[in-house]
Design a protein around this ligand. Structure first.
Ligand SMILES: [Zn+2]
Length: 349
């Protein structure tokens, strides 16, 4: 463990359904976990206030427990966002959020330097430093849940891009005339393989009377979502199994393209759907062999996420450590009066 990451961080994970906060220590232990519903329908201000409150509660609990003081705050949030200025720009799954200076707001509330990064970039750092991609030179993190997202480490460096959007692999085109994606475009893998896409296809199947088993399950009042579709498939329903097989193939084809483009050592697949459907990884491995160049296909390992749900909390540890030392990230992330307590002791930009 290097000296920079040997200091605890207050982690915040802003998700579409939940806001989580915790203190992360250098042994990767997650302390004083707190969670509240996001409830974005109540508006941006209400959510920002909840984020500050839950983070303050976690910090107070850590103090009472005698845990070490955090050196900064790391926020994992849905993209797209501007990591340099700490601004959440326009996430499709947070209603009404546009150009919200979240890092600044949290820095002011907690009086700690605060850094913001896209959830999947936080995740790839966590798996690369401490998880299934440890030791890799080139690694890809793929999340398969409500949406499909990703983060990239190429030749030992995180790839962010000039606009912070690099690694948005859910919006790779896998079907030229495919369904419309949540982002508004056509043919993206997220529109075929995500939980949202599976739920849409399940409902369409039900509407046209294509699955007696799904109809039976839905009749009990359960929502027709990806989980229910998977249950019907597991019960032997062929139409539901076909939808799942097509979705997994699309994700596998996306991974095969990534193998050809980036020649990764490892692809780590996480997210709630991947966690519940280990058969997804088998299909991905098969599709890589079928569709990618033989040499990089034989090199790449396809692994489940080791840190699972905690990737977005634990990944804030290296984010905060590295950005405290990097003036490129100070602009929106430090409250000006924090100069006196900047743990680096470095001059302000
Ligand atoms: Zn898209």
């Amino acid at each position: 463990m290097d000296e920079l990451t040997d200091r605890p961080v207050l982690a915040i994970d802003l998700g579409g359904t939940q806001i989580r906060a915790a203190l992360i220590t250098s042994d990767l232990a997650v302390h004083v976990r707190r969670a509240v519903p996001t409830r974005d329908e109540e508006g941006v201000e209400a959510v920002v206030a909840r984020i500050c409150k839950v983070a303050a509660e976690a910090r107070a609990a850590a103090r009472e427990t005698g845990l070490p003081t955090p050196v900064g705050v790391g926020i994992s949030a849905p993209g797209p966002l501007d990591p340099w200025r700490g601004i959440v720009t326009a996430p499709p799954n947070l209603a009404g959020w546009r150009d919200v200076p979240l890092a600044m707001r949290v820095a002011q509330a907690l009086e700690l330097p605060t850094f913001l990064e896209r959830d999947t970039n936080v995740a790839v750092l966590a798996e690369w430093r401490y998880g299934s991609a440890r030791g890799a030179r080139t690694a890809i993190y793929v999340t398969v849940s409500t949406g499909i997202g990703g983060g990239l480490i190429v030749d030992g460096r995180p790839v962010i891009g000039p606009d912070g959007t690099a690694g948005e692999i859910g919006h790779l085109v896998v079907e030229l005339d495919g369904p419309r994606c949540g982002c508004g475009r056509i043919g993206h893998v997220e529109a075929i393989g995500s939980g949202t896409a599976l739920a849409r296809d399940g409902r369409a199947l039900l509407d046209r009377g294509g699955s007696p088993r799904l109809a039976e399950l839905a009749a009990s009042g359960e929502a027709v979502d990806a989980a229910l579709l998977a249950r019907a498939a597991d019960d032997g329903d062929a139409a539901c199994a076909d939808i799942l097989a097509h979705a997994w193939m699309a994700i596998g084809a996306m991974c095969a393209s990534l193998v050809n483009v980036l020649n990764p050592d490892v692809i780590v697949i996480g997210g709630s759907i991947a966690e519940h459907r280990p058969d997804l990884l088998d299909v991905v491995r098969l599709e890589i062999v079928r569709r990618a160049f033989a040499t990089p296909a034989s090199r790449v390992r396809v692994e489940p996420s080791r840190l699972k749900d905690d990737v977005s909390l634990i990944g804030t540890l290296p984010i905060v450590a590295e950005r405290l030392a990097d003036p490129a990230f100070w602009a929106g992330s430090h409250w000006p009066s924090m100069a006196a307590t900047n743990p680096q002791g470095a001059p302000r930009p």
